[in-house]
Structures are given as C-alpha cells and as structure tokens.
Write a protein that binds this ligand. Structure first.
Ligand code: ATP
Ligand code: MG
Length: 339
C-alpha cells in the first residue's frame, strides 16, 4: 500500500531553513566555511562549548506536520514522567501556547515567557514556573513568540539561544521536553540544537510519513553542524484506532522504517485526551482511568528506561490508581470510547 512515503527530496513549502542554508541560500554556510570570517570564531567557540554541555536528557518533540499530537505528547508525557517521581521541565516553544494552557497556565496572566529568554536574554529561571502537577515545571510560551522566528534571524548564535539558556537549569531536572511548532524554522532548530534526542510523534493516518525526509534531513544537518549528539530517540505512534486496518498498516510501515526506535506503547485515539486541555489538565489529572492516561504512563516508563532513570517511589497514589483501574477496565471500553 502507498502510505504517502516521501522520496529523497523535499516537497513544496516544507523545505527547512537549514536546508536553505545548506543549499547556499543563507549566509550560514559561508560563515561556517570562510576561514577569515569572524563568524568562524563565533561558531568555533560555540562548538568548543558544546562538547561538554550535553549531560541531561532534553527531548525536542518535533514533527513539522500539524496536529499529529506533539503538544498532547509533550504535556502528557511530561506529566506522566513527573508522576513516576522524576523532575521534569516542559518548555513551550510554540507560539500557539497549547502546552502552556494544557497545564492550566492562563497565558493572559503571564508576565514573562520563553520569548524573554530567546529574545531578551533573560535567564531561564526567571520564566520557569510550577504547574499543578508535582515535580512538573513549565517555561511557558506567549503570543510574542510568533515574532521570534523573524527577530532571531540577525542574532548571533541564533540557533543556540535555547541550548545556552537551558544549560543553567538542566541539572535541576531528570528530563526536559520541548514542544515544537509545526514548522522547521528557527524555533524548531533551536529545540533540536538544545536537545539530546528528538521524539517524533506520528499520527496513524494515511499521510503519516509524508514530509518525513525533510524532517530527517533537518535533523541530520543539525547533527552535523550544530549538535553532534542529536539522535532520533523515539518515534511515537499517536491517535491509533485499533478498529481500523489503516492504523495497523501505518504502524507496520513506521516500524519498518524506524525499527527499535519506535516505542512499543502506542497512544490510542481517545476523546478524553482531546478533552483534557480544555480543563487545563494533563490526562492523568483529568481522567486517570482512561486508556490515554494508561498509554502515556506506559510511554513514560519506556522513556525512563531508555534514558536510564531509576524507578522512584512516589507518595502520590495517582500512578497506582491508574494502574489498578487500567487492569480492572482492560476488558471493557468504559466511557473512554474511541472516536
Ligand atoms: P500543532 O502542530 O498545531 O502544534 P500538535 O502536533 O501539537 O499540533 P496536538 O495539538 O497535540 O497536535 O493534537 C491535535 C488535536 O488532536 C488536538 O485537538 C488534540 O486534542 C487532538 N488529539 C491529540 N492526540 C489525540 C488522541 N490520542 N486522541 C484524540 N485526540 C487527540
Ligand atoms: Mg502543538
């Protein structure tokens, strides 16, 4: 079956900023290669610094396709990992700010956001705030971030703003998740440059793999030029509907492409998952007994194992409740109907 798997080249408007640069359309390549250029010194120092910086686990949740479950994954995976006892920072790098509102933060009430870090040079700890979930903090987004793509263009080391900013807080957390916007622009490039790995949510639908080659090319360019440690640390199948053959076929195709990089756990299509953001809660708070909650908890366990986080004892009984309810309801649909 044809799943819309993209061939070698890039398509239409999905061509990324770095690809433009690599093709010589930007000035970045000439900075990187011109030996007399002051840019070489800047970039050289920058590379020198990089070698020793990547210690924590920072995941860019990335896919330039819109609506594939990036934010849902960022919010719920962060919350699930926190509920397992780990300290987590969620960074909302999308001007839409859905991750920010998804953890119950009123964007209108924000005085500072990740915009102030990237553009204003404020330290990260000025904008980080706690959420309603124990051990989960957020660096929120605000609408000004929409202008950041343009404002960053003339900035020195513009691809590394986030990387340099998180350096000061990385040790405070077991894992950091960056929710990326649906594009391969400078914000996403900042996320990939700051990350130790990227997590790619893929919606189980016909065009799941379309645009994938642009994304992988961008990841490879960042790895080669800006962040040698960047790896694809996981592919997550989202909005899986076990009633349809298509979901199965897409899952097979994605596993054929990515092999072990695909998480065993998959995220089902679930009304509860779609409802939770309107209550400003991760699924574990909104519907801890739903299939979506169980699925994100399961992915969180896989992520923790892959990055070597030792299991923690948590006082909160939420995880146990979810596990118990999941076991009790495994044979029936309950009220968490698939759409
Ligand atoms: P964007 O590219 O616009 O940032 P995204 O990739 O972050 O989108 P989400 O916002 O997470 O995608 O999800 C898109 C829509 O699908 C949202 O309305 C969300 O509530 C819904 N959704 C996400 N995951 C599921 C799921 N497993 N089951 C049902 N609905 C889901
Ligand atoms: Mg989103």
């Amino acid at each position: 079956m044809g799943l819309g798997v993209e061939g070698g080249g890039t398509r239409g408007s999905s061509r990324g900023l770095l690809e433009d640069f690599a093709a010589g359309a930007g000035n970045w390549c000439s900075i990187a290669t011109g030996p007399q250029s002051s840019g070489v010194r800047i970039l050289g120092e920058h590379f020198g610094e990089m070698e020793s910086q990547l210690t924590g686990s920072t995941f860019a949740i990335v896919n330039q396709k819109g609506g594939v479950g990036k934010t849902t994954t960022a919010v719920n995976l962060s919350a699930a990992l926190a509920s397992l006892g780990h300290r987590v920072l969620l960074i909302d790098l999308d001007p839409q700010g859905n991750a920010t509102s998804g953890v119950g933060i009123q964007r209108a009430s924000l005085r500072m956001s990740i915009y102030d870090v990237l553009i204003g040079g404020d330290p990260m700890f000025h904008v980080i705030q706690p959420t309603g979930v124990d051990r989960l903090d957020i660096a929120p987004s605000d609408v000004r971030l929409a202008g950041a793509e343009v404002e960053l263009v003339p900035a020195i080391a513009r691809e590394s703003k986030l990387r340099n900013a998180v350096r000061s807080v990385r040790e405070m957390y077991d894992a950091l998740f960056v929710d990326c916007p649906p594009s391969l622009g400078l914000l996403t490039i900042n996320a990939l440059t700051a990350a130790t790995g990227c997590l790619i949510p893929m919606q189980c639908e016909y065009y799941a793999l379309e645009g994938l080659s642009s994304l992988l090319t961008t990841i490879e360019l960042i790895r080669r030029h800006l962040n040698p440690d960047l790896v694809v640390s996981g592919v997550l199948l989202t909005m899986v509907d076990p009633r349809t053959k298509l979901s199965d076929q897409v899952a097979v195709e994605v596993r054929r492409h990515f092999g072990d990089q695909v998480y065993e756990s998959v995220i089902p299509r679930s009304v509860r998952l779609a409802e939770a953001p309107s209550y400003g809660q991760p699924i574990l708070g909104y519907a801890p007994d739903s299939k979506g909650a169980v699925a994100y908890l399961s992915v969180a366990r896989e992520v923790a194992t892959r990055i070597g986080l030792a299991p923690r004892r948590v006082e909160s009984s939420l995880v146990e409740v979810t596990g118990a309810v999941a076991a009790a309801t495994s044979d029936r649909r309950g009220d968490d109907q698939y759409e």
